[in-house]
Write a protein that binds this ligand. Structure first.
Ligand code: LLP
Length: 431
């Protein structure tokens, strides 16, 4: 199976992190998101320790909380010594409500509102990653009014094309995020910031895309970003102390995916930053990254109940589950690939070709097409694997479906970290 955290027990049931998924489904209901806490903690440590091993300066790992944001997740990453990347007032609010230290938060966004910037300044976030020139002026004015001087990084588009879905590529010039390098925008912004009274420019940031398996784009980013820091020093006399390389490390959604070890990714990044610093004669900066998907990784799943099995002769069999695009829009959006297992028949061969459909009133409400699962029957529990990232965080109430509950499993023991929404929750804001 995808990771060694999955197994099959003596009942023939799929287990994750030692917990019987069929029991989880009957105890907590479906749909249900399940997270392997021990694995997530291990992922946090792998990144953190890789920097300790491979770099001489202190580095920071920001958990990109857009991947899965809830109070318990902020508590967990805080307890593992990580920082947090937030991208909206809502994520910032959730982090602070969980007691996450503001100074360990990096605030992102390509269209932060003045209210969000004021919120970030008032709460004392550690870093604001400025995306554009309008934001820079607004932030400078707001900071002046409040008597603050935020530490700022500039988000740079390094002009790197990586091989991932077009919707999640972010390093190329034709992209809504950040300052471009090619047309001088980035250097111009540094010039403007250097003359501002209320901005402390401490570093530069890039994020080239998501679900990336190649290492070359990260190697290129190391060179381009150190070169930019050198140009900034040589032109403006400002020596930046920090470079943030964003997230993007790919995970194993299917057997076809072969991700690099986290340790190796970080080693490559550190080595190439060191090489670039030698090449350009630039002092080693402190490094940070922002992994989201790879913190949650593949040892996460969603459990559903199979409600209808509809075979259309000579065409296909639709296996309908009690969730769908409202809890996992990734197939509808990106054609994302997933593996699925009939959790109560996990010891049987996956020799049945199914199209897994949701219950939304929409033909495109599919989780996967023509995929192999065990022969399904009404009432079976279906597990869709590796759904930890960008599922709950992208979930909606389409068709007024309540959002599912989420449980974390540690040492085989589950605990609820997000309660299932009720119909009452759904009408709460209706007048
Ligand atoms: N940092 C920045 C500035 C980002 O924009 C992102 C992701 C990350 C870090 C984390 O990237 P990760 O390590 O998770 O690849 N909804 C899409 C993914 C969108 C990614 C957006 N930005 C999906 O479901 O695949």
């Amino acid at each position: 199976m995808l990771t060694n955290r999955y197994s099959v027990n003596e009942k023939g049931h799929l287990t994750l992190g030692g917990a019987d998924t069929v029991e989880l489904a009957s105890r907590f209901g479906t749909p249900l998101y399940v997270f392997d806490e021990d694995d997530i903690r291990g992922n946090c440590r792998s990144f953190r320790e890789a920097f300790e091993k491979n770099y001489s300066l202190p580095c920071k790992v920001y958990y990109a909380s857009k991947a899965f944001s809830c109070k318990e997740m902020y508590r967990l990453v805080d307890s593992e010594g990580l920082c947090a990347d937030v991208v909206s007032g809502g994520e910032l609010y959730t982090a602070l409500a969980a007691g996450f230290p503001a100074e360990k938060i990096g605030f992102h966004g390509n269209n932060k509102t003045p209210d969000e910037l004021a919120f970030a300044l008032d709460s004392g976030v550690g870093r604001i990653i400025v995306d554009n020139i309008y934001e820079l002026y607004t932030l400078n004015d707001l900071a002046g009014e409040k008597g603050k001087k935020p530490s700022v990084l500039f988000r740079i588009k390094p002009g790197i094309d990586c091989h991932t879905h077009e919707y999640i590529q972010t390093g190329q010039i034709d992209c809504k995020f950040g300052f471009a390098l090619e047309n001088g925008e980035a250097m111009e912004a540094v010039k403007i910031a250097s003359a501002m009274d209320n901005i402390s420019l401490v570093g530069i940031h890039c994020h080239i895309g998501s679900q990336i398996f190649e290492t070359q784009p990260f190697i290129d980013a190391a060179d381009i970003m150190v070169k930019l820091a050198t140009d900034i020093r040589d032109t403006f006399g400002i020596t930046l102390k920090e470079i943030n390389f964003g997230g993007g490390y790919g995970i194993k959604y299917t057997e076809k995916d072969i991700p690099t070890e986290k340790d190796t990714d970080i080693k490559i990044l550190c080595e190439n930053v060191k090489l670039a610093c030698e090449r350009y004669d630039f002092p080693l900066p402190s490094l940070s990254i922002e992994p989201g998907r790879s913190i949650l990784d593949a040892s996460t799943l969603t459990l559903y109940k199979i409600g209808v099995v509809k075979t259309i002769k000579d065409i296909r069999t639709y296996v309908s589950v009690d969730g769908g695009m409202a809890d996992n829009p990734r197939y509808a959006l990106y054609g994302a690939e997933y593996e699925a297992v009939v959790a109560n028949k996990a010891d049987k061969p996956r020799d049945f070709t199914a199209t897994i459909a949701g219950k939304c009133c929409e033909s495109g409400d599919l989780i996967q097409e023509h995929t192999k699962i065990q022969t399904p029957q009404v009432g079976d529990t279906l597990a869709v694997l590796a759904t930890g990232a960008y599922n709950y965080s992208m979930a909606s109430n389409y068709n007024r479906l309540p959002r599912p509950a989420a449980v974390m499993v540690s040492g085989g023991n589950p605990r609820v970290i997000i309660e299932r929404e009720t119909y009452e929750d759904i009408i709460k804001k209706d007048i």
